[in-house]
Design a protein around this ligand. Structure first.
Ligand SMILES: NC(=O)c1ccc[n+]([C@@H]2O[C@H](COP(=O)([O-])OP(=O)(O)OC[C@H]3O[C@@H](n4cnc5c(N)ncnc54)[C@H](O)[C@@H]3O)[C@@H](O)[C@H]2O)c1
Length: 226
């Protein structure tokens, strides 16, 4: 089976009703990203940060995987699919995708502020005073701006093995995630699905751009691969 690596961003979940990151003038659900997604924001106002992710976690229980998430699972019949997502939601998993790597963490997990290896599943609100097994405050298991991306090496190894790379719903502005595209072999076909594609077809040797929302773009992709 050929390996398809699928790199997804916030646009993948837009049709499920989750807002993308830069929907409204650089704000994420009304917040300056540095306030809610950086270590500095955390030290400045932990309650605000906890409340922000508590809202995001609650929202997750009100949304469902969309058509594009489901269509991607169909490809598993004929291809080995590895999804590398920048999303912190669990919609790929809920749609039934088998191999999902979360580059930027997961809303349904929390971790110790002193030992990043103490990671716990979490479905309720996270509050000040919630502690890890050695007594340190817990924080969202999210990779914030300025923090290392622990899954990056693994993501690079997966991307290098791609026979086909598919990119869906990402502005390619957030690094190092956006740099993954440079690890494919020269001849590897790239399919880029985004209503406002951030790269042009002159950027890569073998690229197909579908300037469509994810559900339509993935339909086009499946037709092209069959
Ligand atoms: N669902 C989530 O988990 C979620 C949501 C918002 C932000 N984030 C975080 O914010 C960061 C944002 O970077 P990013 O590049 O993923 O997002 P981004 O907001 O920078 O870019 C979103 C992209 O999605 C496209 N888009 C909008 N509607 C679409 C649709 N219906 N179908 C396909 N594409 C659509 C936009 O044109 C844009 O290029 C990520 O690191 C992520 O962790 C995650």
């Amino acid at each position: 089976m050929k390996n398809i690596v699928v790199l997804t961003g916030a646009g993948m979940s837009a049709e499920s009703g989750i807002k993308t990151f830069r929907d409204a003038g650089g704000l994420w659900e009304g917040h300056d990203v540095m306030e809610v997604a950086s270590p500095e924001g955390w030290y400045k106002n932990k309650e605000l940060v906890l409340d922000f992710y508590n809202q995001r976690r609650k929202q997750l229980f009100q949304v469902k995987p969309n058509k594009a998430h489901k269509l991607l699972t169909q490809l598993e019949e004929n291809y080995h699919i590895e999804i590398i997502t920048q999303n912190v939601d669990d919609l790929h998993e809920r749609a039934g995708s088998k191999n999902v790597l979360h580059l930027h963490g997961e809303l349904l997990k929390v971790r110790s502020t002193t030992n990043e290896n103490f990671v716990y599943k979490w479905t309720k609100d996270l509050n000040l005073g919630d502690k890890c097994e050695t007594g340190s405050q817990l924080r969202p298991h999210i990779v914030w701006f300025g923090e290392a991306v622990p899954m990056l090496e693994l993501a690079i190894e997966i991307t290098k093995k791609a026979d086909i790379l598919v990119i869906i719903g990402t502005s390619m502005q957030v690094y190092p995630a956006a740099s993954l595209i440079h690890y494919i072999k020269n001849e590897t076909p790239v399919y880029f699905i985004d209503p406002k594609p951030s790269i042009s077809d002159s950027s890569f040797e073998n690229i197909t751009i579908y300037a469509e929302k994810a559900s339509i773009g993935v339909e086009n992709l499946i037709r092209a691969l069959n």
